[in-house]
Design a protein around this ligand. Structure first.
Ligand code: HEM
Length: 391
């Protein structure tokens, strides 16, 4: 069977501005669809997304996870763009410092940072939900806990955004990202040495673990990408939706105030609905079929996490924000061997932030015009004027 064609450009502005209706069209069209604009197949339903992520020998990451071959040439070799032994080797180094037992000692830092941010914002009452709220914790964690050299501080957000903008490979956002990422490589070449990293930080641990696993210092420096690019925009995108969802669902905020044990579930529900990473792709490594659709060796297939997370076959009333729903099956952090290695850290950041606001804020309001962050892969606000009423 041939895949039905979906003509829209996944990376066009209108798609980025409000992807949910397009995700619904993609799911409705079939289990596997063909996107001529991306020259790639796509899966948008939950079952096929999970299947593609599970069949790691057929749908591989080691030839890059972009739909653009130019971009893939640049990415291949990093943890997320690798398979099998190479993937296990680099993941064993960078994932270890992010395991729950290793981030537990950071809990106090994260909690205090969240509380002092909440104090400041509740005092102000009006603030920007992105630059003054969502960006603060992920950013200070990269600099302080991961312990990168301060000289990249002002560029870190630009580099993180560029990594995700790159994915399309052809539009203007993507072309600009190529230039920004040359700078990131130069920064890592220079400052990605143990002597420039903060003592006791997570990045420094890469250099302790790397030699035992047969990595050179230069390779270890490039592994630090695992902590920069994927950790910032993703967490910022999800956190930026905290004010938005609770301003639009005041009864859910009220419910959370009396049921604090639901805070971790609220975080998962936010990640499900936002799906900060809209999609990554896989390379089709052999002729195969998926849900009856023939797929050719050498093709590309996009895995649309954002669409799968709103699949009505799995989530009842999927567009509704509901902090009590059973949300365990969401794929906002991916699925299978490439599941997000930073998810424990991201969850700790968001749980602590919601908890700090829960005990200080009576209700949330959106206080002006909101703006999207125009990024090819990340779904996020760029501007979100917020007003809170203190408890
Ligand atoms: C809400 C926040 C986050 C979201 C939604 C998110 C989402 C994801 C997703 C969907 C994947 C799967 C990629 C694939 O299937 O190819 C992934 C992988 C990854 N994430 Fe996250 N992420 C978040 C936070 C973080 C943080 C804080 C870090 C680092 C400190 C991080 C580091 C990584 C890395 C290194 C991978 C690649 C893992 C591998 O290939 O084995 N992420 N993330």
């Amino acid at each position: 069977m041939q895949a039905p064609t979906y003509e829209r450009d996944f990376y066009a502005d209108d798609f980025i501005l409000d992807p949910a209706p397009y995700y619904a069209e993609m799911r409705a069209l079939g289990p596997v669809i063909w996107l001529p604009q991306q020259n790639a197949y796509a899966v948008a339903r939950h079952a096929e997304v999970v299947e593609v992520l599970q069949r790691v020998k057929t749908f591989i990451s080691g030839r890059g996870i972009s739909v653009s071959e130019d971009v893939n040439k640049l990415l291949v070799g990093s943890t997320v763009n690798s398979d099998g032994d190479a993937h296990r080797r680099s993941r064993s180094i960078t994932a270890t410092p992010l395991m729950p037992k290793n981030i537990e000692p950071l809990e106090d830092y994260i909690r205090l940072a969240a509380q002092s941010l909440a104090d400041r914002l509740v005092e102000k009452q009006e603030f920007d939900g992105v630059s003054e709220f969502a960006q603060i914790l992920p950013y200070s964690i990269v600099i302080d806990l991961i312990g990168l050299n301060d000289s990249g501080r002002e560029n870190m957000l630009k580099w993180a955004a560029a990594t995700f903008d790159l994915m399309d490979g052809h539009n203007a956002r993507s072309k600009k990202a190529f230039e920004d990422l040359v700078e990131l490589r130069a920064y890592l070449d220079k400052y990605g040495q143990a002597k420039y990293l903060k003592e006791g930080g997570l990045a420094r641990r890469i250099f302790d673990l790397a030699p035992e696993n047969g990595f050179t210092e230069e390779e270890a420096a490039q592994l630090m990408r695992d902590y920069i690019a994927p950790s910032l925009d993703t967490t910022i995108a999800a956190t930026g939706y905290i004010p938005y969802f609770f301003a639009h669902n005041p009864q859910q905020w009220e419910y959370l105030q009396n049921n604090p044990e639901l805070v971790p579930n609220a975080v998962e529900e936010i990640v499900r609905l936002v799906s900060p990473i809209r999609s990554f792709a896989r390379y089709i490594n052999e002729d195969t079929s998926l849900s009856g659709v023939d797929l050719p060796d050498g093709g590309r297939i996009m895995v649309v996490y954002g669409a799968a997370n709103r699949d009505e076959r799995v989530f009842e009333n999927p567009d509704k924000f509901d902090i009590t729903r059973k949300v365990r099956k969401h794929v906002g952090f991916g699925f299978g061997v490439h599941t997000c290695m930073g998810l424990h850290l991201a969850r700790r950041e968001m749980v602590n932030l919601i908890e700090a606001m829960r005990t200080r804020v009576k209700c949330w309001h959106i206080a002006g015009e909101t703006e999207r962050a125009m990024n090819n892969s990340i779904h996020a606000f760029g501007k979100l004027p917020v007003r809170v009423e203190p408890l």
